[in-house]
Design a protein around this ligand. Sequence first.
Ligand code: ZN
Length: 185
Amino acid sequence: MDKDKIKQGVTLLLEGIGEDIDREGLIDTPDRIARMYEEIFAGLDQTAAEPLSKVFTAQNTDMIVEKDITFYSMCEHHLLPFYGKAHIAYIPDGKVAGLSKLARTVEVFARRPQLQERMTVQIAEAIMEQLNAKGSMVILEAEHMCMTMRGIKKPGSKTVTLASKGVFAENEELRRNFISIAGVN
Ligand code: ZN
C-alpha cells in the first residue's frame, strides 16, 4: 500500500471540499487516514487460503454453522462503511476448519473496497475451494452508511444477501434449515 499517495489524495479531497488543510484538527488527518487504511484494507494483501489452510479431519457430515460473525467493510461505490453480521454454513467432506478461521475468512474479504453481493459469494466459494466442502451457504445482513446517512436515508434498514454452493444450491430444505438457524428475518 502506498501511504504517500493516500496522504496526497486525502489532502486534495479536503482542499476540494473547501477546507483549510492547515488548521489544527486537520493537520494530521491525511497521515491518520493513511495508517487507518492500512488496517481496514489489509484484506487486499490476503487470501482465504491462509485462515482456511489449517484443517482437521472429521467424520461429521452434518451442517456446521457459525453465525453472528460481526464484520465491517467499505462500500466500493462510496467508500463509506457497511457493517453487520455474517452467517456461514457448510457441509464438510472430511475436512473441517477451526471455527475462528471462518471469522478470519470473513475479515479477509471484508477488509477491502467491497460490494456486499460479491463478498457473500467470495466467502461461500472460498469454503468450497479450501475445504473441498460438499456445500456452503453464506448470509450477510448489513447496514450501509451510504444508504442511511445520505440519499434515501433509511436508518436501520438492512440489506440481506445469500449465496449457496454445492448441495445448498441443489437442496431447498437445507437452505431453509440454515436460514432458520441463522435467524434472519
Ligand atoms: Zn455505497
